[in-house]
Ligand binder design. Structure first.
Ligand code: SF4
Length: 341
């Protein structure tokens, strides 16, 4: 997918970067731009809004200002700081990658694109962001915002997430890249998608590159990109047991390989508990395309004895005063906060 012959890439770059230099949002990761800071911000921003990420990012940088401090920290502290952001494999991968950077790269963030790409949790997009924005590499990037901007600029039809179209869009991202200032150019494209060329009602009247936009000039902005039906949400129920005794609560450490591995939770049971157990609360949460209602049931001592036998090796008595110190999935944390201990 080569650039159309009439498309003036140099003029486009000039117009876009001029707009970016004047209108970019003041975000914490845009100051003191190191590979480490760009890396953490880009991973946090996957699947999460800028407004949510800002406070998490600032707390993270206070606690883990560099790769070495992150690599030294126990995973549990890392998960605690990530608690509420969701998609926790991101936090586990960040922690693992920090360990590898210390072990294999003397604690210095690698500067070669292939080395960056080899780190856990860093895909082509993140490597492109870190490489171009922090290390001055001439590498492209493509995220949802950039794909949407391209679909409108060049009237690209089809499902932007399909592998065939992804391949072509990456090629376009490489072809449109200027010879220098690639980091600014890439970031400006993403900023345009996030603040002007938005999914609904793009602000074409204040778009710096409207003169280059094929969808705009054909009056077809609403047609691009093609709408893809959302995946259907599946409804599910989960049941958690709450057993508090002598100012301690029974919690389960979630094993590797399970959803929320490394976190703690009120123990789950596959069946709805008997009528003898009072329902204490029900908290809805969403996980990918699952809409889950998590019911919490109080458990009496005699029932607990049958449920939490010696085989249940992942369950531990935790002092109630330590609940705040352990990472809990968001729905469990909400319930724990309501306990008024
Ligand atoms: Fe997007 Fe409108 Fe700008 Fe085209 S003119 S790039 S549709 S904001």
């Amino acid at each position: 997918m080569r650039l159309p012959a009439h498309f003036d890439a140099q003029a486009f770059d000039k117009r876009l970067r001029k707009w970016f230099s004047r209108h970019q949002r003041d975000l914490p990761w845009r100051h003191d731009r190191t590979a480490y800071r760009v890396w953490i911000s880009e991973i946090m921003l996957q699947q999460t809004t800028v407004a949510t990420v800002i406070a998490y990012y600032q707390r993270w940088m206070t606690r883990f200002p560099d790769v070495a401090s992150l690599a030294r920290a126990p995973l549990e502290s890392v998960l605690s700081l990530w608690e509420g952001l969701g998609y926790y494999s991101r936090a586990r991968n960040v922690h693992k990658a920090a360990g590898l950077i210390v072990k294999d790269h003397n604690g210095e963030f690698p500067r070669q694109f292939e080395e960056i790409l080899a780190l856990p949790g860093i895909g082509r997009y993140s490597a492109g962001a870190i490489g171009s924005m922090a290390l001055g590499l001439r590498v492209p990037l493509l995220d949802g915002n950039v794909a949407r901007v391209f679909a409108r600029l060049f009237r690209i039809r089809g499902n932007l997430k399909s592998p065939a179209l992804q391949k072509r869009l990456w090629q376009r991202a490489a072809d449109i890249l200027p010879r220098s200032h690639c980091g600014d150019f890439n970031e400006a494209l993403m900023e345009l998608g996030a603040t002007v060329c938005t999914p609904h009602k793009p602000a074409c009247d204040r778009c710096p590159v409207a003169a280059f936009c094929a969808a705009h000039s054909h009056g077809q902005v609403a047609v691009f990109p093609r709408k893809v039906p959302r995946r259907k949400m599946l409804r599910e129920e989960e049941f958690a047991l709450v057993f508090i005794h002598k100012k301690r609560v029974l919690l389960e450490k979630i094993a590797d390989g399970q959803r929320f591995a490394g976190f703690w939770r009120f123990p789950l049971t596959p069946e709805k508990p008997s009528a003898k157990c009072p329902r204490l609360d029900s908290i809805p949460y969403t996980f990918t395309h699952h809409r889950i209602t998590l019911h919490f049931y109080g458990v009496t001592r005699s029932i607990a004895a049958t449920l939490f036998g010696p085989d249940n090796t992942n369950c531990f008595w935790i002092p109630l005063t330590d609940l705040d110190k352990l990472p809990l999935p968001a729905a469990h944390r909400r319930f724990a906060k309501g306990l008024h201990l």
